[in-house]
Structures are given as structure tokens and as C-alpha cells.
Design a protein around this ligand. Structure first.
Ligand SMILES: [Mn+2]
Length: 294
């Protein structure tokens, strides 16, 4: 068991021992990457805060004990190198989970990280571009071809992914530009935006019949309402509630094979540990949903 005073203690290390990568269903991968952040900073501190707060979790998530499936916490991914090399490092870490047919649970870090994760899953051979789809909860579409000239910006991550030919379903978007609307049309992106999803209290979605059977779920914490998570760099009002988020995730898990998920853009606020715990609890609740719907 890791020492709690480590910056990156193992997930739920207060209750369980470090899993073996080949046995543990969940591979928690901390990625404190923060390079292209455009407004408030601090997301590089997210993974450490989530891991530390996980020591306050109960094994029982309310319905089962997801930790009994085993949790392996990967060593922190080195983000002190060039953006291109960071993507490679993330891909290498995620590939280990894919190679063992385990579930990567990636803790960001800015949303760019998701591109490396998808790259790693594709390199592992657990999926190919024809049988993976992405479901995204986010306030922003992240479909700009580049942001301030940067193709590896957090605001361009979903464009990088649809450019690979991967189908995308977006939920909760409420801050985007005309270029992104055009990209949605051109790439046949599915969506239910926040102004429909939230006032109409939509808690379940039905994926299109031709949507791939394997789904990677990416959760940008700013997709949720700032009343739940003000702890993010680019908060936007009108987001999803706690229960709506979990319910939408579960509706996807019931219909498709979840091959991994991530929680991105969490930026802890010094002194407000409630948000650290919430992000950690959310991570563990999502593990439970994956476990119970396999
Ligand atoms: Mn995003």
C-alpha cells in the first residue's frame, strides 16, 4: 500500500492493496497535463486531489463493491515533456490496460489527454476505428480544428478524434462556435445539447442503431453544472446535475460495452475539499456502473 503522503497515492488505498495490471479490472491512470488551458488553471492538480480524496471513500458505492474487481493505479504519467510526447506517454499507459482487456479510468488533466487515451486503445488492438464510438459530456464541443493555432488544444480534442473516423455523441454542450456546428454536420456528430437535455430532464439516451458496440465515455467535469463542480477552468452555467450525469452514463453502459472512461478538467479549489471528494466519488460511482452492466 502506498503512503498517503505521496502526491499520487493509489486509488482507494485506505481500503485495498494495489492491484496487478493483468488482474485488476480498473486501471486508474493519473495524467496531470496542463498546457493549453485557456481560462482558469489548476487542472494539473486534479489527479492528485482525486487520488487523495479516494482514501475517504467507502468500498460499498451504494449498490456493490466495484473495488472487488481489482484496481490498479498506474504510476503518474510524465507530462513534463513536449505535447506530442505527452500524447505518446498517455497512449503507452492506456495500451497496457487495453492489452489486458481491462478498463482504463483516466484522470486529467486537460481534455487533450483523451486523444492520447484513444490512441492507446487503438494501438492495443482491443478495438479498431470501426468498432469504437465516443460519448462525451462537456460544456464545450471541443470541435475546433485548432485553437490559437494549436491542434493539440483542449478545444480541439474531439476534432482530432472525429478526424480518425470515430463516431461521436455529445451531451450537455452549451458553449460553442459556428465552425463547430459545421464540423458536427460534416462528421455526422450526434448530440443533445444542454438547452434540451437539462430543462427537459433527459436522463437516458438511446444510441443510434449503427453506433459502435464499444464505447469510450469522456466526461469533462465542466459538462456538469458549476453548482456541482465550480472546480474547473472554464465553467459554464446550465449544466448537468449529479444524478443526471450518472443516469446518462448508466443508460449508455446498458446499451454498449464500456471499454474505458475518463474524468477531465477537474481543477481543485484550495480549501474546498468537498469538490475533491465529489470528483473521487464520481469516479468510483462510474466504476460501479461499469461493473454492474458488463
Ligand atoms: Mn472538453
Amino acid at each position: 500500500m502506498d503512503e498517503f503522503d505521496s502526491e499520487y497515492p493509489i486509488f482507494l488505498g485506505s481500503e485495498i492493496a494495489q492491484g496487478k495490471p493483468e488482474d485488476a479490472l480498473f486501471h486508474v491512470i493519473p495524467v496531470p497535463y496542463e498546457a493549453s488551458v485557456s481560462y482558469g488553471g489548476g487542472t494539473s492538480l486534479g489527479p492528485s486531489a482525486i487520488l487523495k480524496a479516494s482514501w475517504q471513500l467507502e468500498e460499498w458505492d451504494g449498490k456493490s463493491k466495484p473495488c472487488e474487481q481489482g484496481i490498479y493505479t498506474h504510476p503518474v504519467v510524465d507530462c513534463s515533456v513536449s505535447p506530442e510526447q505527452v500524447i505518446e506517454n498517455i497512449a503507452a499507459a492506456t495500451k497496457i490496460a487495453g492489452d489486458f482487456a481491462k478498463i482504463p479510468v483516466v484522470l486529467g488533466g486537460e481534455h487533450t489527454v483523451t486523444y492520447g487515451v484513444i490512441k492507446g486503445l487503438l494501438e492495443s488492438g482491443v478495438v479498431n476505428v470501426n468498432d469504437i464510438g465516443i460519448v462525451q459530456i462537456d460544456a464545450h464541443a471541443d470541435l475546433r480544428d485548432a485553437y490559437e493555432g494549436d491542434k493539440l488544444s483542449h478545444a480541439s480534442v474531439m476534432k482530432r478524434i472525429v478526424d480518425l473516423g470515430i463516431p461521436l455523441f455529445q451531451l450537455g454542450i452549451r458553449a460553442f462556435c459556428e465552425e463547430e456546428v459545421e464540423t458536427r454536420k460534416a462528421a455526422n456528430v450526434h448530440f443533445i445539447d444542454a438547452d434540451d437535455l437539462v430543462p427537459n430532464n433527459i436522463n437516458e439516451i438511446t444510441l443510434p442503431e449503427d453506433f459502435p458496440k464499444n464505447v469510450f465515455f469522456t466526461l469533462d467535469i465542466d459538462g456538469m453544472d458549476p453548482s456541482v463542480f465550480p472546480s474547473t477552468g472554464t465553467p459554464v452555467p446550465g449544466g448537468l446535475s449529479w444524478y443526471q450525469t450518472l443516469s446518462l452514463f448508466e443508460s449508455v453502459a446498458k446499451q454498449r460495452n464500456i471499454i474505458g472512461f475518463d474524468i477531465m478538467e477537474f481543477a481543485p479549489i484550495n480549501g474546498f475539499h468537498a469538490y475533491d471528494f465529489a470528483a473521487s466519488f464520481l469516479t468510483y460511482k462510474m466504476m460501479g456502473i461499469v461493473e454492474r452492466n458488463r
